[in-house]
Design a protein around this ligand. Structure first.
Ligand code: NAD
Length: 267
């Protein structure tokens, strides 16, 4: 089996990366940065997101696992002092796989220009670089509302515990093939009206965000990467056909992870 390890780059993560690399090669596993069967991230959830985007072109062939060197992460959920146990499990292979849904984001240009396509593990968020975001929201091709406010966040089930949660969105179990739209400070008064609640949409319900003014520029963040875009006709969002595959070596149920991250890590 071929593996790669991505470190956050701090001293602690680099040391753990070095130790894991050595142990796994001692077990005759091959280090392959380009085409790993298993991508290991060492750091935090941000490092895991980076590993995901590095190998997003080969999700059918690369499984992921995360070791955390700071606080417990949602994706990075192995402790540094568990790595010997983890190495033995990896070396024994084959491993069990757990799949989580992803989000497809397509940005269609208003006039000549490239269509851009992204995969998100956590979410896509849309904000404005100057003033209020004004966008029509369409669901399954039908006009739903005209949104005015700070922005919108479109998240996956596993991303529902991240930015989405801070915006008052619901936590969705990743066994559900769904995605969620949450508002950021919408303007609501007698003139302007939005639904005001997070929306949870099933797989086949496509959502389109259409800026009212094509010349406006928007900050679009896909997981941990932000870029500025203008000349946007539509931002199309849907549950992707692709899934992320986690290598599972021990049970760590989603609700236990939610409990340990947000309530307490004591019983
Ligand atoms: P970062 O270092 O600022 O990390 C933000 C925090 O989000 C970290 O504590 C990380 O552990 C946590 N996180 C990431 N994914 C998570 C998930 N699926 N469930 C629960 N917690 C999660 O930024 P980064 O490391 O580059 O991560 C980018 C992510 O940060 C984005 O995908 C977004 O979800 C999140 N974020 C959160 C807020 C907020 O909570 N107000 C604001 C901006 C971005």
């Amino acid at each position: 089996m071929r593996f790669s390890i991505l470190s956050k780059g701090d001293q602690k993560s680099d040391v753990i990366k070095g130790r894991m690399e050595q142990y796994l090669m001692d077990f005759s596993l091959e280090y392959d940065e380009k085409e790993p069967d298993l991508a290991i991230s060492v750091g935090g959830d941000g490092t895991f997101l980076e590993a995901f985007h590095r190998y997003q072109h080969r999700l059918e062939d690369t499984a992921f696992i995360g070791v955390h060197t700071g606080h417990l992460g949602f994706y990075a959920d192995w402790l540094p002092d568990e790595i010997e146990k983890l190495i033995i499990e990896i070396a024994k292979n084959p491993f069990e796989i757990v799949e989580y849904p992803l989000l497809d984001i397509i940005i269609h240009p208003a006039s000549k220009g490239e269509t851009k396509r992204f995969l998100a593990l956590n979410e896509a968020s849309v904000k404005s670089t100057d003033g209020t975001v004004v966008m029509d929201v369409l669901i399954k091709g039908a006009h739903f509302e005209r949104f005015r406010g700070d922005g919108l966040c479109i998240s996956t089930p596993s991303g529902s515990t991240a930015y989405n949660k801070a915006l008052g969105g619901a936590i969705i179990h990743p066994a559900l093939n769904a995605y969620q739209i949450t508002e950021m400070a919408s303007i609501n008064n007698r003139v302007f009206r939005t639904i005001g609640s997070p929306l949870i949409l099933p797989k086949h319900h496509v959502c389109e965000l259409k800026p009212l003014h094509h010349h406006k520029s928007f900050l679009i963040t896909i997981d941990h990467n932000t870029d500025s875009y203008s000349n946007i006709d539509t931002i199309e969002c849907r549950v992707s056909e692709k899934k992320i595959r986690f290598a599972r070596f021990r049970a760590f149920p989603f609700w236990k992870r939610v409990h340990d991250s947000f309530i307490s890590d004591e019983r």
